[in-house]
Design a protein around this ligand. Structure first.
Ligand code: NAP
Ligand code: GLV
Length: 310
């Protein structure tokens, strides 16, 4: 049986080398060189056309090469019944995400752009900055990514609050859950960071209404998925002066088109979906372990709940 690589992220050679080092008997195929479809029992997938999955009669495992699985859930009907979907949970990826969120927040709080503008005018002037414990940071999503950012920011002294689907307890974090508590959660936040998975429930969660619940001057950071934000509503909330600005790692259309207003907005900074990377070196062991477990019928790691969608 064989494992099929379906991604354009790399040509697959890195995964082949790392996985065959862990599983010397592994037959590694790279799409579209699929060979006999009946010989495929697992697929490694990332943002790739998945139509052919339904043609692999012995498929047992679909492994997302990312923390998110929205790219698979959006074509769930193509994943045959009984196939297990897994995702990545990787401390290296989580650390990169926390670092990126801190960077985005600190650039705003410590007024990096303001100092750059002053510097460009050769003006040696101090700007006001807040004390960490006077800043309230709200994190949407308290999972692997959001939970780590919340812990690190709380340890740095910020007032941290978090929002999740189910009730949670995290030391130093004021926790809220469910749509009924979203307004209360958002209201005092100076900085709102979105680290949610994209599901039908979280699609468009940041819209004119929820921006209206935020206080004047709040700053929005999104590293979840572009479809968490209604982009026109964000621009309107910033242009009206209600929100201070935004830093967005993800957008509804990636890459953004040349005429996307985010490119030109002075109060919006964008990144090309680069907050946290899938690092083959750190992630290959869990893929290899799951492939081994699948073969021996043991419970798999990092299994996605298909009903929850994340
Ligand atoms: P995770 O461990 O599954 O955590 C998801 C969190 O979101 C959980 O706390 C969950 O609540 C909460 N949540 C889900 N649906 C919700 C809802 N309807 N209302 C309120 N909260 C909800 O996921 P993760 O590993 O932290 O990753 C989160 C997302 O980050 C990924 O899905 C992906 O989209 C994104 N990501 C982006 C990058 C990048 O480079 N930009 C990199 C990696 C990941 P419960 O705790 O109650 O389940
Ligand atoms: C990246 O966006 C991921 O989901 O890993």
């Amino acid at each position: 049986m064989a494992l099929l690589y379906m991604s354009r992220q790399t040509n697959g050679d890195d995964w082949r080398d790392l996985l065959t080092a862990e599983l010397p008997d592994l037959e590694f195929r790279t799409h579209p060189e699929t060979g006999d479809p009946a010989g495929i029992d697992a697929a490694l997938v990332w943002n790739y056309p998945l139509e052919e999955l339904k043609d692999y009669p012995n498929l047992k495992l679909v492994a997302s090469l990312g923390a998110g699985v929205d790219h698979v859930m959006s074509v769930r009907h193509l994943v045959p019944e009984g196939v297990t979907l897994t995702r990545l949970i990787d401390p290296a990826m989580t650390a990169q995400m926390t670092e990126w969120c801190l960077m985005a927040m600190l650039n705003h709080l410590r007024n990096w752009e303001g100092y750059r503008a002053l510097r460009n005018e050769r003006r040696y002037v101090e700007l006001d900055v807040p004390i960490p414990w006077d800043v309230t940071v709200g994190i949407l999503g308290l999972g692997e990514m959001g939970g780590d950012s919340a812990r690190v920011m709380a340890a740095m002294g910020y007032q941290v609050r978090g929002w999740s689907r189910s009730a949670k307890q995290l030391d130093g974090v004021t926790c809220f859950h469910g749509h009924d508590q979203l307004e209360t959660f958002l209201a005092p936040c100076d900085v709102v960071i979105c680290l949610l998975p994209l599901t039908p429930d979280t699609h468009d969660v940041l819209n004119a209404r929820s921006f209206g619940w935020m206080k004047r001057g709040a700053f929005v950071i999104n590293a979840g998925r572009g479809h968490h934000i209604v982009e026109e509503d964000l621009i309107a909330a910033i242009d009206s002066g209600h929100l201070a600005g935004a830093t967005l790692d993800v957008q509804r259309m990636e890459p953004m088109g040349d005429d996307h207003p985010f490119w030109y907005h002075p109060k919006i900074m964008t990144f090309p979906h680069a907050a946290a990377f899938t690092i083959p070196r750190t992630c290959a062991p869990q893929i290899a372990e799951n492939y081994r477990r699948m073969r021996t019928g043991e419970p798999l790691l990092n299994v996605v709940d298909l009903d929850r969608g994340y």
